[in-house]
Design a protein around this ligand. Sequence first.
Ligand SMILES: [Zn+2]
Length: 192
Amino acid sequence: MFVGNCKTKTIHYQDCHYAAIRLHPENRVFFYSIEEAFRKGYHLCHFCSPLVREMRERKRELQTLSQELGISCFVRKGQLHIHSPHSQWYVLPADDGKRTLFHRNTLGKTDACHVQCTVRSGIPELIRYISAHDRYRRQHPLPAAAMPKPAAVKGSKRWRKEKKAAKRVQKRVEICRVLSLIDSLDRCRLPL
Ligand SMILES: [Zn+2]
């Protein structure tokens, strides 16, 4: 269970000292999971985030590793982000000391992301995993078919074809609507 501040959009672990002092009862909201709060636009408190604490404690080690692999690792609004030249990620603390690694989608919507994995590992291990993931992706690029098709140019052959198909669908929807209307009228008449 996490406690949030609906004014500042920050969430805290329930034992956070900062929240205990600063969080006014009127602004208090509760969440069962960080992910739920995150989806609603909340971010983790800088004081009680275990990831921020680990960043502080392992600063030297992380700096060396980041330089070695060319990956940057930073905290923004209490949130841990890991960016490599090929991909962008962020990490959320999960249950029982685990971490959930989110991969920002490079195809389609740029602001979308997917859960890559939930593991019990430290930030250096996650950075190494990302580096290996990049290497693999460079060797095995995603097929071009997975790329979303750009919108058809107005007046082009594909545009006309798509328009025709849309019209057909619309016609079918209208026919269904009329049929169900006749059906309902029939049902109304039956008792008489
Ligand atoms: Zn806190």
